[in-house]
Ligand binder design. Sequence first.
Ligand code: SF4
Length: 72
Amino acid sequence: MGYTIRIDQELCISSGKCVADAPAVFRFDDEELAEVVPGGSADDARLLAVARNCPGRAITLVDEGGNDVPLV
Ligand code: SF4
């Protein structure tokens, strides 16, 4: 199993990067804030890259042990 994805919409600046880079996992809601596609998945390396590239630092990945994955 892969990482659990959390998006803090308070931090999302609607850049669209995550949606463009992993459209199976991220989409915009009605307010153009990113949300996780239900049931969407991608490999951990891709998720890590997307989270690291989020300009709003809005994406958090949680590993199977319940710990936040370091993004730096
Ligand atoms: S990359 Fe970050 S700031 Fe851009 S849409 Fe996704 S969550 Fe929002």
